[in-house]
Structures are given as C-alpha cells and as structure tokens.
Design a protein around this ligand. Sequence first.
Ligand code: FAD
Length: 439
Amino acid sequence: MPTPSSSFDAIVTGTGPGGASVARELARAGARVLMLEAGGAAPLAGTLTQMARMAAVPGKGAFLHRDLSLLVRALTTGGTSTINFATSAPPPATMFARHGIDLAPALAAWRAELPMAPLPDDLVGPMATRITAGARAHGLAWRKLDKMIRPSACRTGCWRCVYGCPFGAKWTARELVDDACAHGARLVADGHVTRVLVEDGLAVGVEARVGGRMETFRAGRVVLAAGGIGSPRILRASGLLEGPAPFFSDPVVAVMGTVDGIEGGGAEVPMAAGFYDPEAGISLADLTLPRPMYQAFAAQAGRIDRLLAHDRTLTIMVKIRDAIRGDVGPRWVDKTLAPEDRRRLAAGITTARGVLAAAGARHVFASHHFAAHPGGTVRIGEALDADLATRTPGLYVCDASVIPEPWGLPPTLTLLCLGWRLGRRLAQVSASREASSSA
Ligand SMILES: Cc1cc2nc3c(=O)[nH]c(=O)nc-3n(C[C@H](O)[C@H](O)[C@H](O)COP(=O)(O)OP(=O)(O)OC[C@H]3O[C@@H](n4cnc5c(N)ncnc54)[C@H](O)[C@@H]3O)c2cc1C
C-alpha cells in the first residue's frame, strides 16, 4: 500500500527546463511546491562514467529503435540540460501564435536573466574556426550561435559540456531547481512518478516510487514535466492517454573528415557556429565531441581506420526537422524515418560534405542517425489547451511533449518560456482563489 505524504500547492514531476522553470516561478510566488525527480542529484563531475549513468543505460537514458538508431535523454536533476550542447534559439513565434500563445514576455525575462550569447573568439575552438572558414568558402551564411555559457567560467581545451559541466560555466536547469529550493520548494530526487491520482475527475496528486517504496503525494495542481518520453508514459499508466504517442526527435547525422594543420584538437565547445535553413528544415553546426564519443561514431560507421584520428578530425552535425510518427511504449520507444526525413538528411549530408571539402578534409564519412530531442507526444491543440491544461482539471504538462508541430530547433529556451508562462499563470490562479476565499 502506498504511504500518503504531506500535501502541496503544486507537484512538478521532472526537473528539466520545462519542469524546473514552472517550479521556480511557483516557488517564487510563494506556492508550496514539490519537485519529484526520477534521477539523482549528485553534483556534476564532468566524467564519462557519470554521463553514461545518466544517459546511456539502455531503456532508461538510451533507446535503440528498430532501425538501430539511438535516442538519448538524461535522467538526473536538471534533466537533459545537464548534458546538452547549450545552444539557445528563440521560440518560433509564428508557430506558437497559431496556437494562441505569445512567448515574447517570457523570452524577454529569460534573456535578462540567463547567459545567452555567441562565444567570444578565444573560446571558439580551432575546429569550429576551420569549419566556419570552410562553410563560408562553400557559400553558406554560417554564423556564431547563442550559447547558454558564462564565458568567464568556461575554458579552452575542454570537452566536458556534454559530460555535465563541473565548472558552472554551462547553464543547466539545476540552477532553477536550486532557486526554487531557496524559495521553499522541496526536491525529492530518485522519486519516479508512476501515475497521476485522479479523484472525482480531478487530479489530486501522484504516486511515486521513492527509494524503492511507493508513496503518494497530494497537491491542488499536478504538472507533468518528465520530458517527451516520460510524460506520455505517466499519462498512459494513469489511463489518461489513449492510442499511440507519436513523436519528433530531430534526427542527427555526424559527418566527419580529417584535416592537416590542426594538432591536438578535439576538445572545444560544440556548436559554436552553424547554419539553419528553416524552409528546408535542416541545420548544420560544428560538433566536436569527446574522443570516446567520436570513436563510437567511427566504430559504428565501420571506420576503424579513423579511430585514432580524433584530434585531427572535423565533425559537422546535420540535424533535420522530422515527421511526427512512431510510438512511446511503457518500456520502449520506436520510430523510423519517413521518406521525406531521409531526403532531408541526405541533402544536409551533401552540404556538410561540401563544407568539409572546402575546409580541406579527407577520409570523409557519416555516422548512422541518432536523436536527442524527443517531443510532440502530448501536443498543444490536441491533448492540451493553450494553457497547457489537460482535459483532467488540475493536471498540466510542460516539457518537450507539448510542442505542437514538427520541430528541428534547440528546444531548451522554448521550454523555459512555456514553463515561465505556466508557472506565473498557476501562481495567479492560486493568488486570486486565496483572495476570494479570505474575502
Ligand atoms: C547530447 C544532447 C545535446 C543537446 N543539445 C541541445 C542544445 O544545444 N540546445 C537545446 O536547446 N537543446 C539541446 N538538447 C535537448 C534539450 O536538452 C532537451 O530538449 C531538453 O532538456 C528537454 O527538456 P524537458 O524539460 O522536456 O525534458 P528533460 O530535460 O529530459 O527533463 C525531464 C526530466 O524528467 C525526469 N523524469 C522522467 N521520467 C520521470 C518520472 N516518471 N518521474 C519523475 N521524473 C521523471 C527526468 O529525469 C528529467 O529530469 C540536447 C540534448 C542532448 C541529449
């Protein structure tokens, strides 16, 4: 029998950018907030081992599709932001306007609060610089990308962004979790939410496995923010989602080629600069990854001859906006590419090859596709209204699941904006209820 725990104004399940931002806004407004997070809260060490525990355990952080492509997320406090590449892009205003949502005030607030700017030249690595020169020679409008990085704490010759920056240089949603706790919120790490509790048609709390024990937690509001895979799973286990949960994942291919003139390279901030073609739904960027990850790509592509060339090999990421299809099951996730997705990837790979040739690269090869942006599983306009409310009163969703259309962009800043907006709206509703009950 689950043990009942104390009651809260709001429960937020999951502490990635979507959940942490809602929790922080609610806590700042004085609400009693509980954050239930399936992952741990150990400090980020910037090691391969810690990253692998968060994001490479099969069936937890890493999912192999039928077509042998890999989908990755991170189960830890701060969610996938802990291991991401820290690139920020504003929410697509036209897409959200189609759904009656204006994220401009939220965007202005985050721009004022968070680090979000191109890297200074001294933090742009030699590989990104060489790729930029190749891209421009190839005729592309390649430009520096906005990074959620504090240059004063960042360092050259480092590849730890994707392992979990231990220097406080890369922003992660853990900062919002800490801020929420400083405003009185409670964080329960290793707290895996299994289902939403519904009584008389209203969401009244959740059931969670905490340290091997089932517990129930009650609240006036429940916000699911377990990510593009986690939230539809919780909804389905609660009997609140029928039918399949197709998704987008923004598939990526890494295109690699070896150059002369760079010695001891391979440790720099990834995605320092790039190019985005919104019409085609294709983006390209430099993607210098740690040696073990590069070697995994080379081995997977059967290029054993390139295994020792990490410090001289330029990598370009080709990312596409893919169709929403496939399904998220209780223990598996699966989707295959649509013919249009394949065409997009092929077009991007051809452009990347052109850039690498212009940069003087040889031995060019491409990885199998993989993905890191699962979303669109509980979409605004279908399962949710413009306030991110489900059809069950008191139950909301706020993470990459809610993105209403095929995507192809860095999602983090959009999710922060949606979380800011939802947190403020829920806080306003609570405040006006209190005012009317005390009147
Ligand atoms: C390698 C890599 C690079 C990336 N680079 C970028 C980038 O440069 N820019 C960008 O914008 N995006 C990037 N992304 C993607 C971005 O980080 C994610 O899209 C974003 O973090 C999604 O936020 P979210 O809140 O939807 O989910 P998540 O960040 O995944 O958070 C979900 C949270 O819910 C928790 N959870 C899951 N299930 C449960 C449950 N049942 N109970 C309780 N908690 C649960 C998880 O542990 C996690 O903390 C990258 C991703 C990867 C993997």
